[in-house]
Design a protein around this ligand. Structure first.
Ligand code: ADP
Ligand code: MG
Length: 365
């Protein structure tokens, strides 16, 4: 239908806008109005965002410095959220710590060889994930590493190099596949006395993830949470730009070996031989043990993992550290969304395929 209406003027027929065009114009005007309104709202919102200020906090938790950077429109909101966050993180630490006498992990360890222990959903979840990464890494990551950590003095006792017979005896007690767990029922069992769980290689990552969840629930959209090298990111900075995350040089204090400067969400976790170690007769002995040999793993100086969640990055960084360059990179390449930067004892950098062109190498400028 393309009927034209005309307005009859004096002696002259003057075409006017066809009605269809009129209604089209009206619709356009309304749309322009809506668009202008939306743009105004967007402007107000973006003004609101750019008015968000950066708040930084620090707290000693999980035996390490935990730092939080968050953007918020009000200092009161930031303070409240920070209080809630650190409270929640320390609640989870008290469940998962292997040195706290009342933690669920300690209760499981005390009942080794005796009977299953009923635990809460959080502990069951971390143990289930730990066993998953133990399988994935073919035992390089093993949450039943406790007896070996004990004889090396990495869990309270003084550090010392144990005798080979002690190492052999402790290593015989390390085997995640022996655990008898029913995760749905929350029942966990170490079947031989002397076995001991240690979630030090995964719990921090889990707690960082739970921390980010709490921040998101509290309405925070832009934050970085760093638990001694376990970094979780909640959204980009308010202007949409990514966070810059430095990877420490494993041998030069205060120097970076690589910088990741494009992350807007996800996690970056590093395991290194330089955080907790002792020296005897000129030899360095550190806290990440190879369950097969019973000795500190020697194939790498550090393993950094980028992954969607901090629990994944944490477990995998410990696993890769033990697996070494070749097996480690093979595993990373098989996992979607996971990348790694490994530093060999010769200070060579090995970078997984997805990171090749997007890591800054400060030493190479
Ligand atoms: P950090 O705790 O220094 O950030 P990691 O995430 O690599 O570094 O965790 C190291 C901790 O993991 C050790 O302190 C110990 O509690 C535990 N651990 C050591 N060796 C292993 C292993 N082979 N598998 C699982 N956990 C381990
Ligand atoms: Mg770890």
């Amino acid at each position: 239908m393309n009927r034209q209406y005309t307005h009859k003027g004096r002696g002259q027929e003057k075409p006017v806008f066809p009605r269809k065009k009129l209604s089209f114009l009206a619709v356009m005007l309304i749309l322009i109005g809506i668009a202008a309104g939306t743009a105004a709202i967007a402007l107000i919102l973006s003004r609101g965002n750019s008015a968000e200020k950066l708040f930084s906090y620090q707290q000693l938790l999980m035996d390490t410095d935990v730092s939080l950077q968050l953007y918020s429109g009000s200092s009161r909101e930031a303070e409240e959220v920070k209080e809630d966050l650190f409270k929640e993180m320390s609640r989870l630490e008290l469940l998962l710590s292997c040195t706290e006498s009342s933690s669920e992990v300690t209760i499981i360890n005390r009942a080794a060889g005796e009977g299953p222990v009923q635990v809460g959903p959080e502990t069951a979840e971390v143990i289930e994930k730990a066993i998953h990464y133990a399988r994935l890494s073919e035992g390089a990551f093993d949450p039943t590493i406790g007896p070996l950590l004990d004889i090396w003095g990495f869990r309270g006792e003084a550090n010392r190099v144990p005798e080979p017979v002690e190492i052999e005896a402790a290593a015989a007690l390390v085997d995640y596949s022996l655990m008898e767990n029913d995760y749905a029922a929350g029942k966990v069992f170490l079947p031989s006395s002397g076995m001991a769980l240690d979630l030090g290689g995964i719990a921090k990552g889990y707690i960082v993830d739970r921390g980010l969840e709490l921040l998101a629930r509290s309405g925070i959209g832009h934050a970085l949470l760093n638990a001694g090298g376990d970094i979780g990111i909640l959204g980009p900075k308010p202007d949409g730009s990514p966070w810059r995350i430095g990877v420490k040089h494993p041998r030069r204090d205060d120097e970076l070996i690589a910088v990741i400067s494009w992350l807007k969400k996800g996690a970056v976790v590093t395991s290194g031989d330089y955080e907790r170690f002792f020296e005897e007769d000129g030899e360095r002995y550190h806290h990440i043990l190879d369950p097969r040999t019973g000795y500190p793993a020697r194939n790498l100086l550090s393993a950094t993992v980028v992954a969607p969640t901090a629990i994944e990055a944490d477990a995998l960084s410990t696993a890769l550290f033990v697996m070494g360059p070749q097996r480690g990179l093979e595993l990373v390449e098989s996992l979607p969304g996971v990348e790694a930067i490994l530093v060999t004892p010769q200070l060579e950098l090995l970078i997984s395929s997805g990171l090749q062109d997007c890591v800054e190498l400060p030493g190479e400028s």
